[in-house]
Design a protein around this ligand. Structure first.
Ligand code: AMP
Length: 392
């Protein structure tokens, strides 16, 4: 990817795509500004080199029409605070003559935050005309929105047809980190996969079998593998139509000498609720009317030992229904084990990042990715359009 370090920014209009898709409550309070902080190093670089910084982002899914519920307006004062009082103005739209005038009046070292890109249908359609209108605001274009890099939209791809395009530091760091984990010469390389929907992650597991030495499986997706091995999973979540595919992946793991580990014991309950009574059973002993809702203590022990041996680890998807205390132990213990490990560790995906955050273990994890969907597609081996547009 083309990097920004040697680019002349002095007095230039720098049009930068960021991922400011932060959670905001009804009163306009920003609940978690992690994504904004993530972009600060690139923002500060541009400002320190006297660029006029024009920031663009999406927020939520306003479906191509203006909707005050999804306005980025509240983010401008917060960004100003994060930048210790730097001038941060807000434009009520992201294209058009009024925005152009605001850009023309900017001084070097100032920031202009544009209104939500997705108020225009042209953004998600990657419309050439809309891309051109955006591109007219800048002299150079930076993409620092790794979280949106799997989308071929006007602001992530189209603009690069009209302006010289560079990767921001966050984009660069995310790509480098994920690559370093799956391509590291230091072995064993480990992936930990959990979460509910195996259908979304089959391609990913298939690709990880080409790269990793060991894969630990937990969460709802383990059930389809257990069922494919002929085990009874009772009322647990599993995908009937993917049983063959799961068997095929188990065979492929054997052929490739990848150790694909499944739970040996599980926490089961009759219902998913805060009041549910739980029992731990072996994976051969799940009664008909029960559900598997977390990995059990023996599995935790085995997985912990494996994590201790690993040199690089990437984790996506919780080990159980972690939203309820009774089914959260597996995910918590795995996070703790990763935090204690000497491996290079990457957490990819919202749920797993929340667990690390709640346990205050973020500092002990090498990298927590800001891009859920983008990270998974990248790991699946798919070329991300936003990354390609930066010259990769
Ligand atoms: P995903 O978006 O695929 O990463 O799935 C995350 C969701 O998986 C979380 O909301 C968990 O509650 C859910 N989950 C994890 N383990 C299980 C399980 N054994 N049964 C049902 N849902 C699960």
């Amino acid at each position: 990817m083309r990097n920004l370090r040697d680019v002349e920014l002095d007095g230039k209009r720098v049009l930068m795509r960021v991922d400011f898709n932060v959670p905001i409550d009804k009163q306009g309070n920003i609940l978690d500004d992690g994504k904004m902080r993530g972009a600060l190093s690139t923002i500060e670089h541009v400002l320190a080199h006297n660029g006029k910084l024009i920031l663009m982002s999406h927020l939520g899914r306003p479906k191509g029409k203006p909707n005050p519920e999804y306005s980025l307006k509240e983010l401008a004062p917060h960004l100003k605070k994060l930048l210790n009082g730097t001038v941060v103005n807000f434009a009520e739209d992201c294209v058009g003559p009024e925005v152009e005038e605001k850009v023309n009046n900017m001084k070097p070292g100032e920031v202009l935050l544009l209104e939500n890109l997705r108020f225009h249908a042209g953004e998600e359609e990657n419309d050439a005309d809309f891309s051109r209108q955006l591109a007219a605001l800048g002299d150079i274009y930076i993409n620092d929105a790794f979280g949106s890099a799997h989308r071929a939209h006007a602001s992530t791809v189209g603009v690069a047809d009209y302006l010289p395009a560079y990767a921001g530091f966050l984009m660069e760091a995310e790509v480098k980190m994920i690559k370093s984990v799956v391509e590291s010469p230091e072995r064993p390389r480990m992936a930990i996969m959990g979460g509910a929907k195996i259908i979304d992650k089959l391609g990913l597991i298939g690709n990880l079998l080409e790269k990793m030495d060991i894969i630990l499986i937990g969460g709802g997706m383990a059930n389809t593998f257990l069922k494919a091995q002929g085990k009874n999973v009772g009322k647990s979540l599993f995908e009937e139509e993917l049983l063959n595919e799961a068997s095929r992946l188990l065979d492929k793991a054997k052929q490739k000498n990848v150790r694909l580990l499944l739970p040996v014991d599980v926490v089961i309950a009759g219902e998913i609720s805060a009041a549910a009574d739980t029992v731990v059973v072996g994976v051969d002993e799940v009664p008909e009317e029960m559900m598997i809702l977390d990995i059990g203590p023996r599995t935790i022990e085995i997985y912990r030992e494996e994590i201790n041996q690993a040199k690089t680890i990437i984790w996506n998807g919780p080990m159980g229904v972690y939203e309820y205390e009774q089914f959260a132990r597996g995910s918590k213990e795995i996070t703790q084990a990763m935090a204690n490990a000497s491996a290079v560790s990457v957490i990819a995906g919202g749920d797993t990042a929340v667990i690390a955050h709640d346990l205050r273990l973020e500092d002990k994890i090498t990298h927590i990715s800001t891009g859920g969907g983008a990270t998974l597609e990248f790991l699946e081996g798919i070329k991300l359009p936003g990354v390609v547009a930066c010259g990769d």
